[in-house]
Ligand binder design. Structure first.
Ligand SMILES: C[S@@+](CC[C@H](N)C(=O)[O-])C[C@H]1O[C@@H](n2cnc3c(N)ncnc32)[C@H](O)[C@@H]1O
Length: 281
């Protein structure tokens, strides 16, 4: 039997040798402790509960294979809400929380206290749709993904967070067009990585490629959405997109081509990178 402290140190050198951050070990056991109502910092030198030790030993093997910790744990946090994740869904990113923040601030500006319809295209774990609904109950939220496995995870997350979201399975805007759904605000964090871009192993080997790659120039899904947007977004509606930090010029040109009379604006994230596109029709 080992103490929590001993378990953390047992693998520190192995992690360092592999170029992995040993802080991950502490973060990992901290989460396992939390799940089992153990306060790690008070119990550091006490014997580890067998159930935690077993999960830790098993999880460390996966972490050593570069598997992201959130997949090993089976959950992540987004905008303060717990989201279940597995290999069918992208682990929601911090940048995307900023997109949610931007949408909420623009909602206050353009639709103060109004009940409006909003859709999240390519919802994955459901993170954006669920966070928006939790933060602003006046929103009537739709969310869709081409992956039925992802939508199953998103539905579980909506239940876990007690959020009312209408989920659909289908490609890009098709489910909305087929069901005659029109929205005031369309949101999407589509796959936008160029097909030939090199990715970290932990992303390339574990995250769904369906969620990552956006064609040769990374803009394939924006084109598909822009082409059909007027069938789904109401007059004077808004669209919000996450984008790659180097896509500002190409993406704003594309947006202006499709929507010559719209206001097209790019917002920077906390790291001063161009990350969010807003189109006001
Ligand atoms: C970058 S991920 C975003 C996931 C989630 N919205 C988030 O921000 O964490 C892109 C999502 O688009 C979905 N997707 C890929 N191709 C699609 C298509 N043709 N139609 C609808 N969704 C698609 C993927 O399954 C994936 O869930």
């Amino acid at each position: 039997m080992a103490t929590y402290n001993q378990l953390i140190h047992k693998y520190t050198k192995t992690f360092n040798d592999k170029g992995l951050s040993a802080n991950m070990l502490k973060a990992f056991i901290f989460e396992l402790c939390n799940d089992n109502n153990v306060n790690l910092y008070l119990e550091m030198d006490n014997e580890c509960l067998p159930v935690i030790e077993e999960k830790y030993e098993e999880g460390v093997k996966r972490l050593l294979n570069n598997e992201p910790m959130n997949y090993v744990l089976g959950y992540s946090y987004f905008y303060g809400y717990k989201m279940l994740v597995n290999n069918d869904v992208l682990i929601p990113r911090y940048e995307t929380e900023e997109l949610v923040g931007l949408i909420l601030s623009k909602y206050d500006e353009y639709y103060p206290k109004m009940n409006i319809d909003i859709c999240d295209v390519g919802t994955g774990s459901g993170a954006i749709a669920i966070a928006l609904k939790k933060e602003e109950d006046r929103l009537n939220v739709y969310a869709s993904d081409i992956s039925s496995e992802a939508v199953a995870v998103a539905k579980e997350n909506a239940k876990l967070n007690d959020a009312e979201v209408n989920f659909m399975v289908g490609s890009m805007l098709e489910p909305y067009i087929e069901n005659g759904i029109k929205v005031d605000v369309l949101v999407s964090n589509p796959p936008y990585i160029k097909n030939d871009e090199t990715l970290e192993n932990s992303v390339k080997d574990y995250e769904p490629h369906l969620a990552l790659f956006g064609g040769d120039d990374g803009l394939k899904f924006y084109r598909i959405i822009f082409e059909n947007a007027l069938k789904v977004v109401k007059d004077n509606g808004l669209m919000f997109f996450e984008m790659g930090y180097d896509q500002k010029e190409n993406l704003t040109n594309l947006a202006k081509e499709y929507f010559p009379n719209a206001i097209v604006e790019v917002f920077k994230d906390i790291n001063k990178k161009d990350r969010m596109l807003m189109i006001k029709l």
